[in-house]
Design a binder for this molecule. Structure first.
Ligand SMILES: *[C@@H]1O[C@H](CO)[C@@H](O)[C@H](O)[C@H]1NC(C)=O
Ligand SMILES: *[C@@H]1O[C@H](CO)[C@@H](O)[C@H](O)[C@H]1NC(C)=O
Length: 452
């Protein structure tokens, strides 16, 4: 008798639980719908995430402390599946060239090969490699060791992109346009202090409220830094590092549902990774950590191309970040994983070998580094708010704060010390000239410069 009532109790408990779950699922569905509609309106392909939108609802900074983000599974369908169950990455694959006899693309998007192939084969588009056409050129032509270890995951990892913002709103929009749909959550950290310790307006927060980033709002976690670190005024690098530490640790603490194999990517606002490289990390297992990126350096816009490539260390799994780097993105960027305490232990425990490598090469760039990519007014702003470590501080010289002077620098590719850089002007039609869909202010600078 007692057992039966216990069972009954359990059963009703379970019933209650599933009712609750149903309720939650319905709520997620409703907010997901609204979110998707918002995205449709702005003309961007809707991702399949049902993550509730975590947009600030009030302009009061007070509510910013409590924000959190629920990271859900990435349910996007990345693959075509052949009848024998073999997966081909949709964006890397094409129908078999030149023959409607040999391959048919059905309305459900599957690729069938006829002529003798047993369906264990994909046909890659240019720029994609590997049996599943899932390896982009920037991974193929990189120093990635032991390619044989690569395996296509059954479900994609989720990707966090952590970035600090000052007044680089156009570059932020360029980042969102490039990476939305591949990055699951952008953790954007903004402070009411400049890197020099002066008060500043929360520009990004304001832009969120006036709808400037509507298309990305469902994938944003806003982190508010309300204080200035001790020692930041004497040494600007302290302030700079502190921002990244704070952004990483607060970001991780406020994301629910993180998994050890999720991908953590930390960037400065002017470092924009190429989407295909991040997608590669998202879809595969078997690459070593930490991961760097070769960036295409340019100044004032994407048009003044600087020579070579700039390599930054930028990504690791969440597990490595928490167990080796103390959840601190700045430690990841510093390349000192082999000095970190517990490094050997971690390798043993996780059966991983920590070994640095980088997406891309100096020929096949895997992103952009755009310095001083602002309007002349933005450049002036940056001069004035430059942190106390970048010497000389050009903002201290009145003649350098003249907009006419700054416009001339941008037009000629000159620098504040009076030198001309003699840079080649890049052709906007060249491959990987700039991230996709760069916002108008960055475009107009392109146009303006190429008219002179
Ligand atoms: C920054 O925000 C915090 C919290 O609202 C506040 O206490 C502090 O005075 C602000 N600092 C500036 C410079 O506005
Ligand atoms: C929104 O706010 C940002 C930052 O203050 C500003 O640059 C932008 O012009 C505003 N946009 C609109 C549509 O009001």
């Amino acid at each position: 008798m007692r057992r039966r009532s216990l069972l009954l109790l359990c059963a009703s408990g379970l019933g209650l639980l599933s009712l609750l779950q149903l309720h939650q699922a319905l709520r997620a569905l409703v907010s997901g719908r609204q979110h998707r509609r918002e995205i449709f309106l702005s003309g961007v392909t809707p991702p399949n995430h049902g993550a509730p939108s975590m947009v600030p609802t009030s302009a009061e900074p007070v509510d910013l402390y409590l924000r959190s983000f629920h990271l859900s599974d990435d349910m996007n369908e990345y693959y075509y599946v052949t009848p024998s169950g073999f997966r081909c990455l949709k964006e890397g694959s094409q129908r078999q060239p030149s023959s409607s006899l040999q391959s048919t693309l059905t309305s459900r998007g599957r690729i069938y090969e006829l002529a003798g192939v047993k369906g264990e084969h994909c046909f890659c588009r240019p720029g994609w490699h590997g049996p599943h056409c899932s390896i982009p050129t920037v991974a193929q032509h990189s120093n990635l060791p032991s390619r044989g270890d690569l395996r296509l995951r059954t479900s994609p990892r989720r990707v966090l992109n952590v970035v600090n913002v000052n007044h680089e709103l156009d570059l932020l929009e360029a980042r969102f346009n490039e990476l939305r749909g591949t990055v699951d959550v952008f953790v954007v950290c903004e402070s009411n202090y400049t890197a020099y310790g002066e008060p500043r307006t929360l520009l990004f927060h304001r832009a969120l409220h006036n709808g400037s980033f509507a298309a990305t709002q469902g994938h944003l976690l806003y982190v508010f830094l309300d204080h200035f670190p001790a020692g930041g005024r004497q040494n600007g690098w302290v302030a700079d590092d502190y921002l990244r530490t704070y952004a990483s640790q607060q970001g991780l603490a406020r994301i629910w549902g993180l998994r050890p194999d999720d991908l953590f990517v930390i960037n400065d606002a002017d470092e924009l990774p190429l989407r295909e490289g991040i997608l590669f990390l998202k879809l595969h297992d078997g690459w070593p950590e930490p991961v760097g990126i070769h960036l295409r350096p340019s100044i004032y816009g994407f048009f003044w191309r600087q020579p070579g490539s700039l390599q930054v260390l930028t990504a690791s799994t969440v597990r490595t970040l928490t167990e080796i780097y103390n959840s601190d993105g700045i430690l990841l960027r510093r390349r000192h994983y082999y000095d970190m305490p517990g490094f050997r232990d971690y390798e043993r425990r996780s059966q991983k070998r920590l070994a640095e490598w980088a997406l891309g090469s100096s020929l096949h760039l895997a992103g952009w580094h755009c310095s001083w990519c602002f309007s002349p007014e933005g450049i002036l702003h940056k001069l004035i708010s430059a942190q106390n470590g970048d010497f000389p501080r050009w903002g201290d010289y009145p003649e350098k704060r003249d907009l006419v002077y700054i416009r001339e620098l941008v037009r000629t590719g000159g620098w504040f010390d009076g030198t001309l850089r003699d840079l080649p002007m890049a052709n906007p039609s060249e491959r990987l000239y700039a991230p996709r869909n760069i916002p108008y202010p960055l475009q107009s600078w392109t146009n303006q410069a190429s008219h002179h």
